[in-house]
Design a binder for this molecule. Structure first.
Ligand code: KIV
Ligand code: ZN
Length: 517
């Protein structure tokens, strides 16, 4: 029978401690509600002794979360344990999580004690915490580098003192999967009372092994996995929960375990965490990245159209993402173009696929991604007559000051004609530039989304701006990159305007053809 893996989330503790600035109580409660909805078993909400803000947010979350166990971190220090218990006292279901360094390195150079003093401290603290709740987790900090004899000894005594979850953290992300699984196996073989506790693991990602180590620990008997949403956490972060949860689901044939997670909530939670913590999700981030359900090459697109399973082990819907349309670029094959035309309502007999595909490749080489209106333009217009760069930048000038006023003056080539406009606004430089350009071209557009990626301000730095503009009930995507931030803004806008121009020309031609018929 499949056994359950308890999912322990520490986004609000290990994750939060790695952020540039602390989260507010409101932000933390929003994340906590999302984790609860996702079905997380245990939510570690903070380290109450560490700051009044952490104490307050723990109190508020403890009073509001009902379906997940609430947990707080404490050192093996009396005032930490008291603060953790007090902060969670409004919860009917809470856990105190004690931690203490157990490796010789930590004991000698950080804690400056002997191993037997560490054992006494652990036992004393567990017994003290037990006065407030029956639910005690004890973490052997730096377990990955702890001598195995010492680890077995302290685990045995911690269980005897009343800990019901024993956590084995790879605090510095040092171990590799085979080695980590041996640690868990040794505990099962050598600790006489091991069956009285759940073995948990908490892996850091310094060598990129966090998820791999957690999986190998499950195979050796660990039944609680700790981690964070999007893999946030100290340094290189923790086990990414979305990855381990999906690995358990997809490979349950081998792992023989399950979780109680509502997987359809994963994407939403990941977005909430990313937005609140201001840590963007890389486009190729496993499970939740924007590119991970896209197929690019012609061979892959053809394979997916024949049977999604050819190149997809997870469908985006499983994690609550919208189904992804195939991206049409110069790497796409005829099958993908034909499929998109079918979706747009065109039967193959209504157009010449060979000609369309040849022109598609020419256009794709010129402009990158091909959208629906581009395909239609290729059907209704002579490719030689399609204008790629009707709008072009001639010059711009922007000023912005501490009085909050931004002024943009832009000159564009509209075909052969040069047009200039100027705008003054209190809504910032981007608004000033966009309003000016909009005045020149006169399209009733709405800037729906704007996201900037930059890699710093060094000599080789690049700004990349992606925008989505709404026009005539359609979304138009634009992209612009440059060494100069404002140049990337203007390039993205001009990209979109040229697309809209082509769309208008195509629509006009389509109407003409209809009338001719
Ligand atoms: O990485 C670690 O060892 C920790 C403990 C507090 C569990 O975060
Ligand atoms: Zn940690």
């Amino acid at each position: 029978m499949k056994e359950k893996i308890i999912i322990f989330d520490t986004t609000l503790r290990d994750g939060e401690q790695s952020l540039k600035s602390s989260l507010t109580v409101q932000e933390k409660i929003k994340i906590a509600f999302s984790l609860e909805q996702m079905g997380i078993d245990v939510i570690e909400v903070g380290f109450p002794i560490s700051s009044p803000g952490d104490f307050k947010s723990t109190e508020v979350i403890a009073a509001n979360i009902k379906n997940s166990t609430i947990c707080s971190l404490a050192r093996c220090v009396e005032k930490d344990i008291e603060a953790a218990a007090l902060a969670m006292s409004k919860s009917s279901n809470f856990r105190i999580h004690l931690f203490l360094g157990t490796s010789s390195l930590h004991i000698k150079s950080k804690l400056k004690r002997s191993f037997s003093e560490i054992i006494d401290l652990a036992v004393f603290s567990i017994k003290k915490a037990k006065k407030y709740t029956d639910n005690i987790e004890f973490s052997c900090e730096d377990a990955g580098r702890t001598e195995i004899d010492n680890l077995c000894k302290i685990v045995e005594l911690a269980i005897k003192a009343g800990a019901n979850t024993i956590n084995i953290p790879d605090t510095v992300g040092y171990t590799i999967p085979n080695e980590f699984s041996k640690i868990i196996t040794s505990l099962y073989n050598r600790v006489p009372n091991i069956e009285s506790a759940i073995i948990s693991v908490h892996c850091h990602n310094d060598l990129g092994m966090a998820v791999g180590n957690s999986i190998s620990a499950i195979q050796s008997g660990a039944r609680q996995i700790e981690g964070t949403i999007n893999g946030l956490g100290e340094r290189a972060g923790n086990t990414a929960l979305e990855e381990i949860i999906m690995a358990i689901k997809i490979r349950s044939d081998i792992l023989n375990v399950f979780t109680n997670i509502n997987c359809e909530e994963i994407y939403k939670t990941s977005k909430i965490v990313s937005n609140i913590c201001k840590v963007p999700i890389p486009f190729n981030k496993s499970i939740v990245g924007s590119n991970v359900y896209s197929h690019s090459s012609g061979v892959h697109q053809d394979g997916v159209l024949k049977n999604r399973n050819n190149y997809e082990i997870i469908s985006p819907e499983t994690v609550g993402m919208k189904p992804v349309q195939l991206n049409l670029t110069s790497r796409s094959g005829r099958a993908a173009v034909k499929h998109r035309m079918e979706k747009l309502g065109y039967l193959e007999k209504e157009y010449d696929l060979n000609k369309l595909y040849a022109n598609f490749l020419i256009l794709a080489d010129k402009k990158g991604r091909i959208f629906d209106h581009d395909l239609e333009a290729l059907v209704f217009m002579d490719i030689k007559k399609i204008k790629y760069t009707y709008f072009q930048l001639d010059s711009f000038d922007v000023t912005s000051g501490s009085d909050g006023v931004s002024v943009a003056s832009v000159t564009l080539f509209c075909g052969k004609e040069k047009k200039t406009s100027i705008t003054k606004t209190r809504n910032g430089i981007i608004a000033a530039v966009y309003k000016t350009i909009n005045r020149i071209v006169g399209y009733p557009i709405f800037l729906k989304k704007c996201s900037l990626i930059s890699n710093g301000i060094n000599n080789d730095s690049i700004f990349k701006l992606d925008i989505i503009v709404r026009y005539c009930n359609r979304d138009f995507f634009g992209t612009g990159s440059s060494f100069d931030f404002l140049n990337s803004v203007i390039k993205a806008m001009i990209y979109v305007l040229n697309d809209i121009f082509r769309f208008k020309e195509m629509s006009f031609r389509k109407e003409e053809i209809k009338k001719e018929k």
